[in-house]
Design a protein around this ligand. Structure first.
Ligand code: ARG
Length: 266
C-alpha cells in the first residue's frame, strides 16, 4: 500500500514539474531571436532621442534612442523595426505584445518598475519649464505660475511632477510635444514642462521660447532606461552589457549630440 502511494505521489510530482516547466514563459530574448526581429516602440517627436526627418526623400525615424536600438539589434543579430505611437501608448504596447522593447526616453520610475523590466539607465534627465522668451522675467519661482495654465505630455512623469509641484496651477496633459510648444508659442497657455535636452532643441528652433529659471524636482529614477515586458531577465542582461559598452566608449553622448545637431538644422 505504502509503495503504491509513494509511486502515485512520484507520478503526480513529476507531472506537475513537467507542467511547470512547459508553462514557464520563455524569456523575451528568446522570443526576439526566434522571430529574427525586434519591434521597438517609441514616440518620435522627442528630439534628440527620437524624431522624424527626411533621408533621401523618405520620412525616417532617427535619434539617440534609434542608435541604441540598432546597437541592440546588431548584438542580437536581428532585424530592427520601429513602431511609432503616442507616448501614452508606448509602455502599454509591451503588454499587448505589439512591441518587443520600448526605447523612448522612458524614465524608469519605481511605479513603472512594478509592471515592466528596465535596463540600467543610459541618460540622466532634468525637468524644466519653458515660457515665452519675453515673459522670462515674470517666472522666477513656482508661485509665479499660480492660476496660470501649464501643459505637460500625457502619460509622462512630467504630468505627475507638475501636478505634485504646482498646486494652484491649471495643468492640461496633451498627447504631442509639438502641440504643447504651439500652445505656449501662441499664448494659449503660459508654460510647458519638458526635459532639458528636449526643451533646448525646441528653444533653439522656436526663438520666441526660452527655458525658465525655476527648476522642477528631478530624481535619479527619472533617468532614461530601456523598457521590456516582465520576464526579460536574459534580455535585460544583454541590454545592460550593450549600454555599458556604449557608455564606456562615450557613444551615448555622441549619439545625443549628433542627433541634436541634425534636429536643429532641419
Ligand atoms: N521621460 C519622460 C517619461 O518617461 C518623458 C518621455 C517622453 N518620451 C517621448 N518620446 N515623448 O515619462
Amino acid at each position: 500500500m505504502k509503495k503504491v502511494l509513494l509511486s502515485v505521489t512520484a507520478v503526480l510530482l513529476s507531472a506537475s514539474l513537467v507542467a511547470c516547466s512547459s508553462n514557464a514563459k520563455e524569456d523575451q530574448l528568446d522570443k526576439i531571436t526566434k522571430k529574427g526581429k525586434m519591434v521597438v516602440a517609441m514616440s518620435p517627436e522627442f528630439a534628440p532621442f527620437e524624431f522624424k526627418t527626411l533621408i533621401d526623400g523618405k520620412d525616417t525615424i532617427v535619434g539617440a534612442d534609434v542608435e541604441i536600438a540598432k546597437a541592440i539589434g546588431e548584438e542580437l543579430n536581428v532585424e530592427v523595426e520601429f513602431s511609432a505611437m503616442s507616448f501614452d501608448n508606448v509602455l502599454a504596447s509591451l503588454k499587448s505584445g505589439k512591441a518587443d522593447i520600448a526605447i523612448s526616453g522612458i524614465s524608469a520610475t519605481k511605479e513603472r518598475q512594478k509592471s515592466y523590466d528596465f535596463s540600467d539607465s543610459y541618460y540622466e534627465s532634468k525637468n524644466v519649464m519653458m515660457v515665452l522668451k519675453d515673459k522670462l522675467q515674470d517666472y522666477k519661482t513656482f508661485g509665479d505660475f499660480d492660476n496660470q495654465a501649464v501643459v505637460v505630455q500625457k502619460g509622462s512623469i512630467q504630468e505627475t511632477i507638475a501636478k505634485d509641484t504646482l498646486k494652484d496651477v491649471n495643468i492640461t496633459p496633451l498627447t504631442k510635444v509639438g502641440e504643447m510648444v504651439a500652445e505656449v508659442s501662441n499664448g494659449k497657455v503660459q508654460a510647458l514642462v519638458l526635459e532639458e535636452a528636449i526643451a533646448k532643441g525646441y528653444a533653439e528652433k522656436n526663438k520666441d521660447l526660452a527655458i525658465a529659471e525655476v527648476e522642477l524636482p528631478s530624481d535619479e529614477a527619472d533617468s532614461y532606461a530601456v523598457a521590456m515586458p516582465k520576464g526579460s531577465k536574459k534580455l535585460t542582461k544583454k541590454v545592460n552589457d550593450i549600454i555599458k559598452s556604449l557608455k564606456e566608449e562615450d557613444k551615448i553622448n555622441a549619439f545625443v549630440q549628433e542627433a541634436y545637431d541634425l534636429s536643429v538644422k532641419q
